[in-house]
Every structure is written in structure tokens, then in C-alpha cells.
Write a protein that binds this ligand. Sequence first.
Ligand code: ADP
Length: 187
Amino acid sequence: MEILILFGAPFSGKGTQGKILSQKIGFQHVSTGDILRAERQNHTELGLKAETYIRQGHLVPDELLDEMIEHEIIKCKSSKGIILDGYPRTINQAHTLHSLAQKHGVAIRRVLFLDVPHDELIARGIHRGLDSDRIDDKDPAIMNKRIEIYRKETKPVGKYYIDKNMTVTISGIGDIEEVAERILASI
Ligand code: ADP
């Protein structure tokens, strides 16, 4: 089993592309955002705790995700691989992932960085806000906050993997199929 990290800003298209790629290469799509939303719908303790942060556009504290990530790795151990979407989002999470990968004998193969310029992110955010039922997609101020937190806390994770020579950068501009083809060609 191996891990492909799908990395990018909010609204960069990670979720959409993660699903397409998982179908194409037979890896499991593991999206921390999707899992947290499911937890919330099921009114679990984790879901309720996470909701306060998500609603404000903040990151959920690292320690709330540790167990979830290990659980997903164990669950997918006998599969071909995982496309990890939305994790790691902090340097601390990158370290946790590294330790868990070592502990469970899985390789982190590559980081696919979906590159979308700031103005395009804003435009997509506005568009998505129109018909999204997500609690963090309603208010433009919260959506901007998520992009700001990405720049402050998550971008350094991108740099961390670039320095480790693990990153492939893929332009996230264009229609969905076009980007999907680019991603496929890069792996
Ligand atoms: P986006 O489209 O904004 O990238 P996600 O569905 O990946 O959205 O995540 C939604 C929210 O869930 C984030 O804004 C954050 O509050 C929380 N979340 C998801 N993954 C993580 C993570 N790895 N660390 C902390 N918070 C997370």
C-alpha cells in the first residue's frame, strides 16, 4: 500500500480530482474534510468538536485527526493505495503522517500539488458558495479565512515536500477532465 498526497488550496479542486483519480487508479480516496462532515452528520463527539472550528474556517486541532488518519491507514492496508486529500495541512500533521507511514510500513510515494492562482480560487469559491450546503461555504469572509489559513499554515507543508523532492506540480486551471488527465500523466 502506498500514499499519494493530493495537495492544494481550498477550492483548488482536490475533492473532485481525488474522486476521479481514485476511480482511475483504484486507490481509496480519503478526504479528511469528507470524514469530518460525515462525523458531524452522525453527531459523533469528533464531529461535534470539529464543527466549531470548521464553521469559523479554522483548522481542526491536529490531535483530533491523529486517530482518524491511523484508522484510515489500517483500514486501507490491503488496498493498492490511498489518495490522501486534505491531509497533512500543518507541518505537525506531516510529521505525524511520516511516523504513521513508518509504523505501518507504507510508503508516501508522491505529493501532487494542484496549483491554482489566488484570483481563480476566489472566483471558484464564490461560485461554489452559491449552491453548496457546507457550513463553511456560506459566508465569503469565512471562505477568505480558509484561504488565508492555507497560506499561513498549509503552504509551509508544500515547501516541506518540495524540499524533500517529493512534489509534482500540476496546473489546476482548465476543465475537470483536462486537469484529471494532467494528474494521471504526472504519476
Ligand atoms: P477545502 O475545500 O476547504 O479544502 P475540506 O473539505 O478539505 O475543504 O476541509 C473542510 C474543513 O475541514 C477545513 O476548513 C478544516 O476546518 C477541516 N479539516 C479538514 N482536513 C483537516 C486537517 N487535515 N487539519 C485540520 N482541519 C482539517
